[in-house]
Each structure stands twice: as C-alpha cells, then as structure tokens.
Design a protein around this ligand. Structure first.
Ligand code: SF4
Length: 237
C-alpha cells in the first residue's frame, strides 16, 4: 500500500536560528508530538493524525515547486519526527531525500537517539531542554550524541533566565569534564527565549551574552533572526 505521511506543513524559508542561520531551506514539519514543552511555539503540531495525509510523491512535487534544483537543503522538523509512531515515515522520507541528493538536517527534541535516523542525515540539531521548557533532557543521552556524531551536530538550548543558563552550563561541564571544552567537534547554541506574545527583550539577550562571556564562552549565543525580521508570531518564515 502507498505510504502516507503525517505532515503539518512544507514550506520554504531562511533558517532563523542556530548555526544554520541565514541558509534558505525547505522545512518538512511532521504532525504529532507528545513532549509538551511549556514554551512550544508549534502547538498546532501536537495532535496525532489517525492516518497520513500526504504521499511521498506529493511531498517531492511540493519540494520541486518550492525549490526546484536550486534549493536542495531540507530540514525535517515537527512536531516530533522521531516519535515511535512517526519514525518509520521519517526514515523512509530521509532515504528518498538522500536518493535524490538532498542535504538533510533533522531537528531532534533531545529525548531519543535513534541511530537508524541519525546515521542517514547530514546534520543533527539536538535539543538540550532547559528548566523553563518543563521538559528534561538526559545528560547521558546528550553525551552519547556528542561522542557518536562529532562535527555534524549542534546542541540547542532555549534560555529564558539565569536558572536555564546555569542548568545548561552544568550539563556542559559534566560532558566536557576536565578538558572544559567540547570544541572543535561540538557546537552548543543558546537561543535567548523570545515568545510570540512578548516584546523582544534586549536585557535578557544582553544578560545571556554576559553570562557566557563570564564563563569563557562555552556556548554560541544566537538569536532568532526570523522573529526580528517578520515579528515573533509569524509562522513559516
Ligand atoms: S518538542 Fe518541539 S513541537 Fe514538541 S512540544 Fe517541544 S517545542 Fe513543541
């Protein structure tokens, strides 16, 4: 039977955060997530579909429409594309993308480390969830990611306040150990929190820059550029 995938949306945009900031990509956003981050800005992706809503051929037709031969970079995001009920769809999609020579990034929520997915992609964006998200990432799991996928991942953490920063710093130190740095094989990005309903907080951003400087710069602090350009509530930009 023809596979149908559970997809929320497929759209072209310039990456607005993390180390890939500024790169035009096509985003394939899966539908379904039960992780429950308090500050999630994609709550419309939470509910699971009973059946898939789009075929593989329809996905590739859309990719051709949006990017033609010019944009061959895809970010698979969600929702949670690594949820057990979606992971087979994700693996099949990645195989098809790689067959057609796309560069593929996977956005991982930091709750699972599925080799059958991570071994196939070009880049892994792995969340380390801070206390303000209400969700916990296992430091052991993150440590494995960093060790097993050197030079092709970033760790991303949303920072709302000093508690979030200290929490990320403690995890960083636990993993880096006596060497005190994860560079050059790992990049850990702090994203100053900027929620859709709020004014941009320069003060929060400055504090995070300062805390990172005070610690000698274990992290890269990168804001969400798309929210400055289009406004914090704008979707698919
Ligand atoms: S993992 Fe992503 S989609 Fe799921 S709740 Fe967290 S931020 Fe939202």
């Amino acid at each position: 039977m023809l596979m149908r995938l559970s997809i929320n949306s497929i759209y072209k945009a310039t990456e607005g955060e993390g180390v890939l900031v500024g790169s035009p990509q096509i985003f394939i956003r899966f539908q379904g997530c039960n992780i429950g981050c308090v500050n999630c800005d994609s709550k419309d992706t939470w509910s699971f579909l009973e059946n898939g809503n789009i075929t593989m051929e329809e996905i590739f037709a859309k990719l051709r429409d949006l990017g033609g031969e010019k944009i061959k970079r895809v970010s698979i995001t969600g929702g949670d594309p690594l949820h057990p009920s979606l992971i087979n769809q994700t693996i099949t999609l990645i195989k098809e993308l790689k067959n057609r020579r796309y560069w593929v990034n996977i956005e991982a929520a930091g709750t699972r480390l599925p080799h059958e997915v991570f071994d196939q992609v070009d880049f892994i964006s792995f969340d380390y969830k801070t206390p303000s998200t209400g969700v916990k990432t296992s430091v052991k799991l993150l440590s494995k990611l960093i060790e097993q996928y050197p030079n092709r991942h970033q760790v991303k953490s949303v920072i709302a306040d000093r508690e979030d920063f200290q929490n990320a710093l403690a995890a960083y130190r636990e993993i880096a150990g006596e060497e005190e740095t994860l560079l050059p094989t790992s990049t850990w990005v702090l994203t100053p929190c900027y929620e859709p309903h709020e004014e941009f907080s320069g003060k929060r951003f400055q504090n995070i820059l300062q805390w990172n400087e005070d610690e000698g710069g274990p992290f890269r602090v990168i804001g969400q550029q798309h929210k400055w350009v289009y406004g914090p509530a704008e979707k698919q930009v």
